[in-house]
Design a protein around this ligand. Structure first.
Ligand code: PEP
Ligand code: MN
Length: 277
């Protein structure tokens, strides 16, 4: 741990007087006792789909809407996103309800486009090692949600955050999304240890993504509650009005009814854990 610490600078706790950084986006705070729940489809598929989801998120009094418009798919035959049209519909639905948006950039071209439309730019697991993209993300004026690479150690992940920060962008949210292990029962292995380890080393907020970790809807609630109790600053959850007909990641997406049930369970935990959302 000491050798990790000595090579990291801006991400480490010592640079912040209270050891925790808080991000402010409009009048909403991420970190420091605020539990940030970001939900939405894996991919924006149509205006009706994203509008129905935005409506539901707003009804639950939540503030963050995600939706991919550029999808880094493993297979070249899979749906790869609606690109600018998707970003436009995401923005339009979010603005209707005053929601803050998150969308993924996969290369330099999409980075500039996503940062024009979305409030937070996601750099996904497959790009955590993309130094060119990290460097460019350091120069944009948007907060970056940086997912852990699927085979990345925590120190490599923090070094990726350092690479963004050193370029001048200090607004980073880390996201644990599961790592590859020998286990095949789940899509990835959710590394709950990453939460206390990151909090020991870094001031940055860390959220958990149970959807890409677990990979099936039935485990999302358990992993979400575990992450919340372990000290995560929030969650990123995939939801869909009709998970069975989703164009990507339907198996791990919660229906809107299942999502409501999860939020109710999380509400019951927030008081004992002293969190706000
Ligand atoms: C996503 O958030 O839809 C995504 C592709 O995630 P990851 O980069 O964690 O696989
Ligand atoms: Mn997905």
């Amino acid at each position: 741990m000491n050798s990790q610490k000595s090579s990291l600078k801006l991400v480490t706790k010592s640079v912040y007087s209270n050891n925790r950084s808080t991000l402010k986006i409009r009048d909403t705070f991420i970190g420091c006792g605020n539990f940030t729940i970001i939900a939405g489809p894996c991919a924006v598929e149509s205006q009706e789909q994203i509008e129905a989801i935005a409506f539901h998120i707003n009804k639950l009094n939540l503030k963050f809407l995600r939706g991919g418009a550029f999808k880094p798919r493993t297979s070249p035959y899979s749906f790869s996103g609606l690109q600018e049209q998707g970003l436009f519909w995401l923005r339009e639905s979010a603005d209707k309800y005053g929601l803050i948006t998150v969308s993924e950039a996969i290369d330099l071209e999409s980075l500039y486009l996503v940062s024009e439309y979305a409030d937070i730019v996601q750099i996904g697991s497959r790009n955590m090692y993309n130094v060119t993209l990290l460097k460019a993300a350091g120069a944009i004026k948007r907060p970056v949600l940086l997912k852990r690479g699927m085979s990345a150690t925590i120190s490599e992940w923090l070094m990726a955050a350092e690479s963004i920060m050193v370029q001048g962008n200090e607004s980073i949210i880390l996201c644990e999304r599961g790592i590859r292990t020998f286990e095949t029962s789940t899509r990835n292995t959710f590394d709950i240890s990453a939460i206390p380890v990151v909090k020991e080393i870094s001031h940055l907020p860390i959220i958990a993504d149970p959807s890409h970790s677990f990979g099936s809807s039935y485990g999302i609630s358990s992993i979400s509650m575990g992450a919340m109790a372990a000290g995560a600053d929030g969650l990123l959850i995939e939801i869909h009005p009709k998970p069975k007909s989703a164009l990507s990641d339907g198996k791990q997406s919660l229906s809107l009814e299942e999502f409501t049930m999860l939020i109710n369970r999380l509400h019951a935990l927030k008081e004992p854990l002293n969190l706000n959302f």
